[in-house]
Design a protein around this ligand. Structure first.
Ligand code: FAD
Length: 810
């Protein structure tokens, strides 16, 4: 065995082999895969091999589409069959809501060119004569569905990787991973040690154990999963073609042809966790005792769609373990705080995701960044707060509800509450309905007790039960003053000698020169992609505070640490938990602030827009107050050490009584910022864009000598934006966009929606979306495919509310 390698991949399941293949394909030959037993000896060998491309979010669909399209190429390259059967698939809808869910899926696929079409029941019966079409409302056909042979796919990746020079060692368990002083790693095995630049943990069912070798804990939990294979079914044997895959929203099952029978998999209504305290090290090509009774409910639903299942003999029942993260998505990327330690763990759907994971991990290792936004699968999306209890409760919930409909704005209560801010109980008393943001409870909206509203969300595809209350929050804020809990915003303090120069290099805008000045700045990747969007304030010669998107904080810290000077001269501290935030906004916000700051002058001249001051606010002697606005109104963000939040809140609500202070939640903020055309991180802004698509070019100073991503930004600026973000006024007729809807111009696909809401103070249904530049024209007519219907929409080049920004600057 080698003693040196550039990359050591731990684990020879489909994920590890797909990564090895992509590394070798990218030209890295000295890459090694170590497998404890035989290839496929984890979840891989007993998988069902069902394939589908349509999924959420959009980039996940891109990766699944890539994976499936790779199989014919892989077969050709390796000379090894993948058992790939592109038989297509049909999704069934029995209720209006299920139909709507399919219409949404269909519309979202268009952004990435993933085909699907609604077909008639007759056509569905022609494709799948075993289908009972009674009670069906609609059928969506997805040509990319199909199935593969799991072991063959894995062997094909392995063979193609070997052919390109990669090495695979079986019967070679990794027993230690130690980082050396120079940042390289030593991977220990009973057959000797390998020194390597990069380690990739692709140990599947044992990812927790392998992570522990490097001293880290991953939020993962294995669960049991059943499928069964039937004997020959005469109707299928009599067919001249293969049955497409069959599934239905809320069905709890998936089904595909196997031989001349069917394979039926179940997301059982009772999830059973396996190996809670660790995966046995001697577990190999084994199955778990099956219990068909756990599949009964799923089987009954499948029989309703395919009556032939009722009398089919059962040839084989499989109960195998698979391992999940709390949201069932993979944990990918560099583990924060560990140099060159990459995770490719918790892969729930390796035959749909493996190729895409191999591609993005390879890009990440070799080029330093993946070619598309993969935050939804990034290991950094969870923090230490995602402990065992949370992981177990979330995996249970999402497994049991795997095929359930998900409604717009839906929040999930499993595993909560996790973390709460000091004024949580007061806000609850006020009627707050909470959502979850990086493990913290934060208010979405406030139910009005005097109007008999119940403080809970009721979901549907139409406007939610919070609509009127949110309307009142928006109007009260625009007419007077509103208070929002904003502690979930990420807050960082950067200090040290040379910190201003360091930030000039890290961020794309010019840093404020004067103390107390604030700028907005994008942060770009080495290739010029958007990777952050910050409010930066200078609080001292060598002290800056940066505010950004809450869920990105571990991601951002990973990036900051990667780019800090090695001499320790600059320090970035994540203050997000230690500091809480409250935001007051509206024409009376200044009056309110003045009432709680004693001797400080917060008048327009003394405290202008885009400036900041440290001052005593209420009980807090040293709050940081930043004059910025995400609502379009005169606004102040007030940050204070957590122990003072209650005191500041009481001061504000006390003084606010005379001013009609109204509480507002994040759904009001969504409405207000979309009225203003302000994009938000994670929905309208992501690494899928350069700063020029969302119109943030004015914050990129190409005249600075140098900054990370400058060359990429220059090229993007020269080429012009590939898409442009615009506001749309939608003739929505009682419903609103919520993101992902396809946008058409003269019947031609022109773009997609990223945010949608009702603009309560402009009294219009609104959306923000990207269109190709040739379609960007003020007042041009479009159609937006909302809940299956194309609805007229007008592009608005300017914000719908106060486009000149006079109110927030006033
Ligand atoms: C019943 C069932 C049905 C499924 N059906 C489908 C489906 O239809 N479609 C789909 O896409 N997915 C399906 N899956 C999921 C799929 O099996 C997994 O997503 C996939 O196998 C995960 O592969 P992996 O390589 O990440 O992990 P694993 O397959 O678990 O591989 C990890 C490998 O790492 C090795 N390893 C562990 N520790 C060490 C160590 N210390 N040193 C060296 N090697 C080590 C193990 O031996 C193992 O070979 C199904 C799963 C189950 C259980």
């Amino acid at each position: 065995m080698e003693t040196h390698a550039r990359v050591v991949v731990i684990g020879g399941g489909v994920t590890g082999c797909a990564i090895l293949y992509h590394l070798a394909k990218a030209g890295w030959r000295d890459v090694v895969l170590l497998e404890r037993k035989e290839l496929t000896a984890g979840s891989t060998w007993h998988a069902a091999g069902s394939l589908f491309a349509l999924t959420n979010p959009s980039s996940a669909a891109v990766l699944q589409n890539y994976t499936i399209r790779l199989y014919p190429e892989l077969e050709k390259e390796s000379g090894q069959s993948c058992g790939y059967h592109p038989v297509g698939g049909i999704h069934l809808a029995r209720t209006d809501d299920q139909l709507t869910a399919l219409q949404i899926l269909h519309s979202r696929g268009k952004r990435n060119g993933i085909e699907s079409e609604f077909i008639s029941l007759e056509e569905a019966r022609r494709l799948a004569p075993i289908l009972k079409s009674d009670g069906l409302k609609a059928v969506l056909y997805e040509p990319m569905k199909g199935y593969c042979d799991p072991a063959s796919v894995t062997q094909a990746y392995a063979k193609a990787a070997r052919d390109r020079g990669a090495k695979i060692y079986r019967e070679t368990p990794v027993t230690s991973t130690k980082q050396n002083a120079d940042g390289s790693w030593t991977v220990g095995t009973p057959n000797g040690d390998i020194k390597t630049d990069y380690v990739v943990n692709a140990a599947g069912l044992w990812a927790r154990e392998v992570a522990a070798l490097a001293g880290i804990t991953l939020p993962l939990q294995p669960v049991e999963h059943h499928y069964m294979v039937t004997e020959t079914i005469p109707e299928i044997a009599a067919m001249g073609h293969e049955v497409p895959n069959i599934s239905e929203p809320s069905g709890g099952y998936y089904c595909r042809q196997e031989g001349k029978g069917l394979l039926l998999g179940a997301y059982e209504s009772k999830c059973v966790h396996w190996a809670e305290n660790g995966t046995p090290l001697d577990f190999g090509h084994e199955l778990l005792p099956d219990d068909l009774s756990r599949m009964e409910e799923n089987l009954a639903r499948a029989v309703e769609a395919m009556p032939c299942l009722e009398s089919a003999g059962i040839k084989r029942v499989i109960n195998g373990p698979m391992i999940f993260s709390p949201d069932l998505g993979p944990l990918l990327g560099p583990y924060p705080g560990l140099k060159n330690y990459f995770c490719a763990c918790g892969v729930m759907s390796g035959f749909n995701q493996g190729g895409g994971i191999g591609k993005v991990l390879t890009e990440w290792i070799i080029e330093g960044e993946p070619s598309l936004d993969v935050f939804f699968w990034d290991v950094a999306r969870f923090g230490d707060w995602a402990g065992k209890r949370y992981t177990r409760e979330r995996t249970r919930y999402f497994y049991e509800h795997r095929t359930d409909l998900v409604y717009p704005a839906q929040e999930f209560t499993a595993g909560r509450p996790m973390r709460t801010f000091p004024i949580h109980d007061q806000l609850k008393e006020k009627g707050a309905v909470f959502g979850l943001n990086f493990g913290f409870e934060y208010p979405l909206w406030f139910a009005r007790k005097d109007k008999g509203e119940v403080a809970e969300d009721r979901y549907g595809f139409n406007r939610g039960n919070w609509f009127d209350a949110v309307g009142e929050e928006c109007r009260a804020l625009r007419d007077g003053v509103g208070l929002l809990e904003i502690s979930t915003f990420a807050k960082y303090e950067a200090t040290g000698k040379g910190v201003a120069a360091w930030l000039e290099h890290l961020l794309a805008n010019k840093m404020p020169k004067g103390i107390g000045k604030t700028v907005l700045s994008p942060m770009l990747s080495a290739k010029g992609r958007l990777i952050g969007d910050f409010t930066v304030t200078r609080l001292g010669e060598e002290r800056f505070v940066m505010l950004g998107s809450g869920p990105m904080q571990r991601w951002h810290m990973r990036w900051f640490e990667q780019n800090l000077p090695r001499d320790g001269s600059i320090r970035v501290e994540n203050l997000s938990v230690r500091y809480c935030g409250l935001h007051i906004a509206g024409p009376k916000a200044r009056e309110l602030l003045q009432a709680v700051v004693l001797d400080e002058d917060v008048g327009g001249n003394a405290f202008p827009f885009l400036s900041a001051k440290e001052m005593a606010v209420g009980a807090c002697p040293n709050a940081i107050v930043v004059r910025v606005s995400f609502t379009g109104e005169l606004g102040y963000e007030i940050y204070m050490p957590a122990e003072y939040q209650r005191g500041v809140y009481e001061a504000l609500t006390g003084a606010g009584k005379a001013l009609g202070l109204h509480h507002a939640g994040s759904r009001a903020l969504l409405s207000l910022r979309v009225e203003k055309g302000f994009p938000s991180w994670g929905v309208d802004l992501s690494p899928d864009y350069s700063p020029y698509e969302p119109g943030m070019g004015r914050f990129v100073r190409l005249d600075k000598p140098d900054f990370i991503g400058k060359a990429g930004a220059e090229a993007a600026s020269k080429a012009g934006p590939k898409e442009r973000l615009a506001s749309f006024v939608v003739e929505a007729n009682g419903v609103d966009c919520f993101g992902g809807e396809a946008i058409y111009r003269n019947g031609q696909l022109a773009g997609y929606v990223t945010s949608g809401t009702y603009g309560h103070t402009v009294k219009e249904s609104l959306a923000l979306g990207y269109v190709k530049p040739q379609f960007f024209e003020d007042a041009a007519e479009f159609e937006i495919e909302l809940l299956g219907k194309r609805r007229p929409a007008l592009l608005s080049a300017k914000a719908r509310f106060d486009p000149e920004g006079t109110r927030m600057r006033g």
